[in-house]
Structures are given as structure tokens and as C-alpha cells.
Design a protein around this ligand. Structure first.
Ligand code: DAH
Length: 342
């Protein structure tokens, strides 16, 4: 029947028109449901087939099937093209440049103590000094006896020293490397020994149980206090990048004779007096002296032939002065807000 066939053609045509306008997968699906769904327009039409004669039914049925097949094919094609487009758009927006350098880990920085230590190592290497290492777990002999510190010296007091159960200890200073260095390398010798030292201290803004020192020693013929002062001044101007005025005061250390405290003129007030130098104009920085004959002997050097100077720089304190750090506890805190400033 011609009327039914024209209804089929109309539904077919209008579905194709809607399909052409559909721009999303959802819209295409809506067109499919509307035309081809179980309750869709074409399904409605096929219900009226019962009223047709067999010949009419054959004609209309053929047309209906053609319309269905055509719509199904075109809907599938449209879906495929939309899906493809979505993939293309995603590939476009998620494109990454594989040749660009990777972001990598955030660059870190060296601890202020390490920075000062490395600078000093360079200065001393350039003057012919060897950079030595010594054990942090040390024997009583190297930490005390060999350095002319008798058994009743207050430095051996339990309060100051971390003793281990086996009789060894955590070195209380880097000075034991003086004797170890002499033993292994022998005189003449120019060496420095940066490293960690430990003391059983009450921790406060200026005291830590763990801190860094830089030991230095030169053993040769006819070494004098003039040599000592020259090397100390070179060291200090390298760190502070300017000429520094120094003074020597007598100081007692069992392993040197004579022993000195080397002060530098305060770099904050240039000697006028300020809170940093406690109004004195001077800052205590470098204990030093001429190596005691007993120490030379302990290291296997004949004090009749050899002499030398030694010094023990507080590396942690020097780094604090250089960078204006007023609390020693920050140094070991591991606090990234502190460390990122250097
Ligand atoms: N070892 C001493 C200390 O930690 C510092 C020191 C003083 C080292 C005089 C020396 C020196 O080499 O000559 O307190």
C-alpha cells in the first residue's frame, strides 16, 4: 500500500536528517532509539502490516528492511566517526613531547658546613696540604694519651665524652688525626682533617653534641709561630673574602706548647664593639699552637729534628659566622626551610 510505503520513506528520510545534525554519540543514539528501537517509529509501522495483503506486505516489508539496514549502517558509521574524532581530540590534547628534558628531581644544595669545608679543602690543597680522614669511633689512646692528655685530665670526664661499652669512644675532637697522619705519612707533613666530633653536651643555641671541626698540622724543620699566623690568615681571608685582623692570646691545650687562642677582629663592627663580639671587638675562633714534643714522639717523629704547628678550627661555628646563623641546632635539624637557603 502506497500510503504505508510513503510513511516508511518519510521516517527514513527524517531519521537521516536528524542523524546528519547529531554531533555527539548521545544524539546519534537518540536517533537510533527513535527510529529503530523496539518502540521506535519503524517498529510501530510494522505493527500495521497485519492489515495488509500478502503482496502488499511483501512490498512494504522489503522497503522497511531496506530502510532499517540503511539506517543501521549509517548510524554505526556515524558512531564510529564520532568515536574516532573523540580519540583524535584526546590524542591532540594529551600530546607530550618525548624529546623534552625530564623535570627530574628538585636540585638540592650542599649543607653550609659542607660548603665551607670544601672551600677550605681547596685552599689547603692549593698550599700542598693532604686532606685526611680519621675514624669517628676512636680509641682512648688516639683521642687522649697520644695527644698528651693525661688520664686525670678533665676532658676525660664522663660528662664530656661518649664512651662505648668496649672502651672506645666517639672522638671528642679531630686532633687524633694528627697522630694518625704522622704515623702513616711521616714528616715532613702538611695535612688537614675535617670531620665530625662528639661531646656529651647540654644542647642549647650554641652547643651541640655533634659538630664539625677542621684539624690542621704542619710538621717540618724550623716551623715557627710566624708560619702558623700566615696559614691562619690565609685560611680566614679565603673564608671571609677579605683581609682579617687577628690577635694571638695564650691558651692551654695539652698537645701544643706554646698554645694560643687566635681571635679575629669582629667582622660585624670592625672592632668597635657590638652584640656579636660581646662589645669586645674580637671573636674567638681558632685554637692553635706549636705541636708538643710528646705528640711528635707519639707519631714517630723525633722532636729533636722536627717541629710544627697545629690548629683546630670549629667548622660548624665558622659556617655559622659566615652565614649569620644564630642557633647551632638548625645545623643538624634537617629542616628543609633552613637548608634551602644555602
Ligand atoms: N682539639 C681542640 C678542641 O677540640 C682544639 C685544638 C686546639 C686543636 C689547639 C689543635 C690545637 O690542633 O693546636 O678543643
Amino acid at each position: 500500500m502506497a500510503a504505508l510505503e510513503s510513511v516508511i520513506s518519510e521516517v527514513h528520510a527524517s531519521a537521516l536528517e536528524q542523524l546528519a545534525r547529531a554531533s555527539t554519540l548521545e544524539a546519534v543514539e537518540a536517533v537510533r532509539v527513535d527510529a529503530l528501537g523496539r518502540k521506535g517509529k519503524l517498529a510501530e509501522i510494522s505493527k500495521s502490516f497485519a492489515r495488509l495483503s500478502p503482496e502488499e506486505r511483501a512490498g512494504a516489508g522489503k522497503l522497511l528492511n531496506c530502510a532499517k539496514q540503511d539506517l543501521e549502517a549509517k548510524i554505526d558509521a556515524k558512531k564510529a566517526s564520532l568515536e574516532h574524532g573523540a580519540l583524535d581530540a584526546r590524542l591532540d590534547s594529551e600530546w607530550i613531547d618525548l624529546t623534552a628534558p625530564a623535570p627530574g628531581p628538585r636540585p638540592g644544595s650542599l649543607h653550609p658546613v659542607t660548603q665551607v669545608q670544601r672551600e677550605l679543602e681547596q685552599v689547603f690543597i692549593s698550599m700542598g696540604f693532604a686532606v685526611l680522614d680519621g675514624p669517628e669511633v676512636e680509641t682512648e689512646y688516639y683521642n687522649f694519651d697520644a695527644l698528651n692528655i693525661p688520664a686525670d685530665h678533665p676532658a676525660r670526664d664522663m660528662q664530656d665524652t661518649f664512651w662505648l661499652k668496649d672502651g672506645r669512644l666517639l672522638r671528642t675532637h679531630t686532633s687524633p688525626v694528627q697522630v694518625r697522619g704522622l704515623e702513616t705519612l711521616g714528616p715532613p707533613l702538611k695535612m688537614i682533617a675535617p670531620g665530625r666530633a662528639f661531646r656529651n653536651e647540654e644542647v642549647d643555641p650554641s652547643h651541640e653534641h655533634t659538630f664539625y671541626q677542621l684539624e690542621g698540622m704542619m710538621v717540618d724543620h724550623d716551623v715557627s709561630v710566624a708560619h702558623l699566623i700566615y696559614f691562619m690568615k690565609t685560611l680566614l681571608s679565603a673564608i671571609f673574602k677579605r683581609d682579617v685582623t687577628v690577635r694571638l692570646r695564650p691558651g692551654f691545650f695539652p698537645f701544643v706548647e706554646p698554645g694560643f687562642e687566635l681571635d679575629i677582629q669582629c667582622l660585624i663592627c670592625n672592632g668597635a664593639g657590638c652584640p656579636v663580639c660581646k662589645q669586645s671587638g674580637w671573636v674567638e675562633l681558632l685554637p692553635c699552637g706549636l705541636v708538643h714534643p710528646s705528640v711528635l714522639r707519639a707519631g714517630g717523629a723525633d722532636p729533636e729534628q722536627w717541629n710544627g704547628f697545629a690548629f683546630g678550627l670549629g667548622l660548624t661555628r665558622l659556617a655559622m659566622m659566615r652565614y649569620g646563623i644564630d642557633d647551632i641546632r638548625l645545623m643538624m635539624s634537617g629542616d628543609l626551610r633552613f637548608l634551602r637557603q644555602f
